[in-house]
Design a binder for this molecule. Sequence first.
Ligand code: FES
Length: 166
Amino acid sequence: MGSVTETKFEVLNDELASKIDKILSENAYDSTKLVGILLDVQDVVPKKYVPMDVAAYVAAKLNIPLTGVYDVITFYASLSEKPRADHVINLCKSIVCKTNNYMDLQKSLEKFLGIKVGEATEDGKFALEYSACFGACDVAPAIKIDQDVYGKLTDEKLIEIINSYR
Ligand code: FES
């Protein structure tokens, strides 16, 4: 793994750097908030991942080793160092969603998207992933598409919502 100066900047451009700067500033450049920072950063990167040059940029700005950033990326399932999709659909399978039949919702999602959990659609539009509880237990079973939360879904509503991201 190279140092910041050795890293080829392939994804990072001025526009993305300014979005990342804003996230870092909102978090007071506090490296103890690295997980939250990386989740927010990942969300502004096309295909929802943390590329090498972005990881190096964050590490340099927080004045921490690049390996520390990668330790976090590899530890948290919600973070990815590989391109995922334009939109990531997180299906909660924590206890409340589990007891509210998240499997039915999973079946509908897999059928409608034509993929299984852990896969992405061929057009690169959607990735479907499991998630831990994200605090929407009152509308369980719940999904999160990027940062938007939806719950208590009928099949019709689900299709309508997914089509709104196309
Ligand atoms: S248990 Fe699913 S959102 Fe909380």
